[in-house]
Design a protein around this ligand. Structure first.
Ligand code: PEP
Ligand code: MN
Length: 361
């Protein structure tokens, strides 16, 4: 039986260049804006291998610019043809799918506000039954991995195998330096469970500002993500949507050329140093656990003593002295106070459990 996550490798649809870099304006505004932006992007970097532009825009409030609609689809396709690259747009219902397919859009993406709705995801998936087109699924706005995976599964179930997940961060009520905080543990868990699903980072919607595009993109490379989707506009300050986070095509080119792309694997011979270092780390980790076990043995002897002398388990002056010593030693070793405090709180808790066991006997 095939897995519910039967997914084709990215190389079968995302081109041979790694990482997959998708760039283009947040929104298609005019025929000329799309064409000029795309031509300048390709002139600024030969590493861009797909174009993006939204024609239907899911905006927070009504009466703001909600996209030019279907009229923009031929503009996007023409710009892609002019530079010889595939193009992608967001679809949010079956009508959008029909129009996108009619206009020969190469790749579709599902927006974060659609991924949250199983009804709409299923409607889009049903409209794609029997169609061999790649689909990229943004994470839902809320931090729910199961909902993200469920949306992906709805597409694999109708026979779509060319799939990528786009990590664009998650909404929060609290103020944050991010427009949508990354919550990296969520894509990391996605990768652990389904390593075959390519993950693309969208630093534009995650950061929400131009300045955050480069560091977030580099972080994605450091974490072994498969690609980036970056918003670029011929005149970002005048963009009709997401002006603050769009970069010029030329800045995009600089960002891409500054990225350090890490290798997912090395030749076996070069692993040698890493293996040696990891073996040392393992030995130290074994030693730490052995020492902790020995320490808890002493705690039990202390518990026995306290029991015989009718002494309470916890003595706050002793605990204060332990913390003080540890913080001083930690400082010498270049360890943060926060780390030492948390570590010793855990050690102390475990010690109280061991002493309690002895005293309860
Ligand atoms: C977009 O890519 O332009 C967009 C609307 O993104 P998201 O769905 O991540 O908010
Ligand atoms: Mn946008």
């Amino acid at each position: 039986m095939s897995s519910p996550f039967d997914i084709s490798p990215l190389s079968t649809w995302g081109g041979s260049k790694k990482p997959l870099i998708i760039a283009g304006p947040c929104s298609a505004e005019t025929e000329d804006q799309v064409m000029q932006t795309v031509k300048r992007i390709v002139a600024a970097s030969d590493k861009v291998n797909m174009i993006r532009a939204g024609v239907w825009k899911p905006r927070t409030r009504p009466n703001s610019f909600e996209g030019v609609g279907a009229i923009g689809l031929p503009w996007v396709k023409a710009a892609g043809n002019a530079v010889g690259l595939p193009v992608s747009v967001e679809v949010a219902n079956s009508g959008h799918v029909e129009l996108a397919l009619k206009n020969e859009i190469d790749v579709l993406w599902i927006g974060a506000r659609s991924t949250v709705s199983p009804f709409i995801v299923q409607e889009i998936a049903d409209a794609l039954r029997g169609v061999d087109i790649p689909v990229m699924i943004k994470n839902p706005v809320n931090p729910d991995l199961e909902l993200w995976l469920g949306a992906i599964e709805r597409f694999t179930q109708v026979g779509i195998t060319k799939i990528a997940a786009i990590h664009r961060g998650f909404s929060t009520y609290e103020k944050s330096t991010y427009r949508n905080p990354p919550m990296w543990e969520i894509p990391i868990e996605l990768r652990r469970r389904h390593p075959q699903i390519p993950i693309i980072l969208d630093p534009s919607h995650m950061g929400g500002t131009r300045e955050q595009i480069y560091p977030l993109s580099q972080q994605a490379m450091d974490m072994g993500f498969d690609g980036l989707m970056i918003e670029a506009h011929m005149n970002p300050d005048k963009a009709w949507s997401d002006a603050k986070q769009q970069v010029t095509p030329e800045r995009l080119g600089e960002i891409i050329s500054e990225l350090v792309v890490r290798q997912p694997h090395l030749p076996d011979s070069e692993y040698h140093t890493l293996h040696e270092l990891r073996a040392k780390v393992d030995r130290i980790d074994d030693y730490i656990v052995e020492m902790l076990a020995e320490r808890m043995g002493l705690s039990e002897q202390i518990g026995q003593f306290k029991k015989e002398h009718g002494l309470a388990i916890h003595q706050s002056d002793r605990w204060a002295a332990i913390v003080k010593r540890a913080l001083e030693n930690g400082k010498t070793g270049g360890l943060t106070q926060d780390f030492i405090l948390k570590l010793f709180q855990q050690v102390h808790n475990e010690s109280i459990i061991h002493q309690g066991k002895v005293m309860g006997k």
